[in-house]
Design a protein around this ligand. Structure first.
Ligand code: ADP
Ligand code: NA
Length: 300
């Protein structure tokens, strides 16, 4: 199974089934509206980043949990079909994680996430820690219990593995987690939540360098901003101009591809340009995981 020529990445994160209702106008409390379409789409930030990194060309292992309900098998199968190693994906008695999403005519989302099985991942096993220790990078987000996220990042730090944290859903972060994070990748909204600075990503990036050595703030169609303690003046990387049809999962595609490029030893600016190409490809196609590009497409 081991392929010494490939870069290994471990993802410690969530799997969710997205239950998506498409409506003209989202209902308010107490109101019922008739929608026009319903879809179930495998997702979760952890699973999406795992699929993105696998398609971008890494050997990826996923640590997390699915439930024993009707969604568990499909969540597993989606990861497996993308070539993600799911030996360490637990099955927990009870429901899988779900995200209940209402998308209106303007493409705006209202979302309820119920953690389900994800909530059962409160600590790591010896095998989980070993899988993290063997990787080049560990990808984490905030959809699993903080105790497990922290344990994973600490295991990565002890073993010299680069930890890349997507601070989503946006919330204040414990200092212990920031202390073991190498690269923080918030979107503009998450950066504002973390710093209290909105509308000024340059200043937010500078503020975040007080907590982590490197930051990338993603700015949607405007690209991203990179800053590091070694080079504190933020550098902008523009997004390729494309026609977006569905930006769901753009951030996860970006992070997955960025992790692969960095793990392969590419310089940060090259890695950011490559990740921007991957994310730009994904927004031109519907869906999240289904829209993520393969390595050859990104290279082209
Ligand atoms: P998230 O999905 O986490 O909210 P962003 O919306 O900031 O994250 O998008 C992440 C990255 O995806 C951006 O930095 C950019 O490279 C790319 N991207 C997002 N939207 C577009 C777009 N409309 N056109 C081109 N690239 C995009
Ligand atoms: Na997409």
């Amino acid at each position: 199974m081991d392929n010494p020529g490939m870069t290994r990445i471990t993802v410690l994160g969530s799997t969710n089934m997205d239950l998506v209702a498409y409506v003209t106008t989202a209902p308010r409390s107490g109101e019922t509206v008739t929608g026009h379409e319903f879809r179930t789409i495998p997702g979760g930030k952890g699973a999406n980043q795992a699929v993105a990194a696998a398609r971008a060309g890494a050997e990826v292992a996923m640590i997390g949990a699915v439930g024993t309900d009707e969604f568990g098998d499909r969540l597993r199968a989606t990861l497996e079909h993308s070539g993600v190693d799911i030996d360490l994906l637990r099955t927990t008695e009870g429901p899988s994680g779900t995200a209940h999403i209402v998308v209106d005519r303007d493409g705006a989302n209202a979302i309820v996430v119920i953690p389900g099985a994800n909530g059962s991942v409160t600590s790591l096993s010896h095998a989980d820690r070993a899988m993290i220790a063997e990787a080049r990078s560990l990808l984490i987000q905030l959809e699993l219990p903080m105790s497990a996220v922290l344990e994973g990042a600490e295991a990565a730090r002890r073993n010299g593995v680069r930890t890349i944290l997507t601070p989503a859903p946006a919330r204040p972060l414990p200092p212990e987690l920031l202390a073991v994070t190498d690269l923080l990748v918030p979107n503009e909204h998450e950066a504002a939540t973390l710093t209290g600075i909105s509308g000024d990503p340059e200043r937010a990036a500078a503020a975040l360098l007080a907590h982590v050595p490197e930051v990338v703030i993603t700015l949607g169609a405007r690209g991203c901003l990179y800053a590091s303690r070694a080079q504190p003046e933020p550098v902008a990387v523009l997004a390729p101009p494309v026609t977006a049809v569905d930006t769901t999962g753009a951030g996860d595609t970006f992070v997955g591809a960025l992790a692969v490029a960095l793990a392969e030893g590419r310089p940060m600016m090259d890695a950011l340009a490559w990740a921007s190409s991957a994310a730009a490809l994904s927004v031109q196609r519907p869906g999240a995981a289904t829209s993520m590009p393969y390595r050859a497409e990104i290279d082209a």
